[in-house]
Write a protein that binds this ligand. Structure first.
Ligand SMILES: *[C@@H]1O[C@H](CO)[C@@H](O)[C@H](O)[C@H]1NC(C)=O
Length: 138
């Protein structure tokens, strides 16, 4: 009698654990999940995950950042606590002339000439342009 009871409760317990594991592995955790966004300010291919991490933290006010390959492109992704985290305001530089291949120069010019927080070169519509980034909303 006692053995039968133990046997039944063990089966019940095993079933309970089984269901618990299934539920745990099939539902995606929402709590503690970070919000991933492609970096707004990273130029070109992302080969330096430490640099991407630094730039996401200091330029984009993210928690961290990392390089990942997506669709054959090495991109820098920033991670935020919440998807409500504000974007930087991006504007094409008003003062940069010609093609933008020196992202350090674009950064400096955006800061000193246009009072932006940062600047970076990006390819848009087949042209390499200098974009400035402002911390306040557009
Ligand atoms: C890029 O710009 C920086 C800052 O203006 C400058 O010091 C550096 O020499 C430039 N690099 C190239 C390759 O032109």
């Amino acid at each position: 009698m006692v053995n039968m009871f133990l046997f039944k409760s063990n089966i019940f317990f095993a079933l309970f654990i089984f269901v618990f594991i299934i539920i745990n592995t099939t539902t995606t955790p929402v709590e503690g999940a970070l919000c991933e966004r492609a970096s707004q300010t990273w130029s070109w291919a992302c080969k330096n995950t430490g640099g991407c991490n630094d730039q996401c933290i200091t330029w984009e006010r993210a928690k961290n950042g990392a390089c990942h390959s997506r669709d054959g492109k090495d991109m820098c992704f920033c991670y935020f606590d919440t998807c409500d985290a504000p974007f930087l305001c991006e504007r094409a530089s008003q003062t940069w002339s010609g093609e933008c291949s020196n992202t350090t120069g674009c950064d400096r010019q955006c800061q000193t000439w246009e009072k932006a927080a940062h600047g970076a070169c990006h390819s848009r519509g087949g042209k390499k342009k200098c974009f400035c980034y402002f911390n306040q909303p557009c």
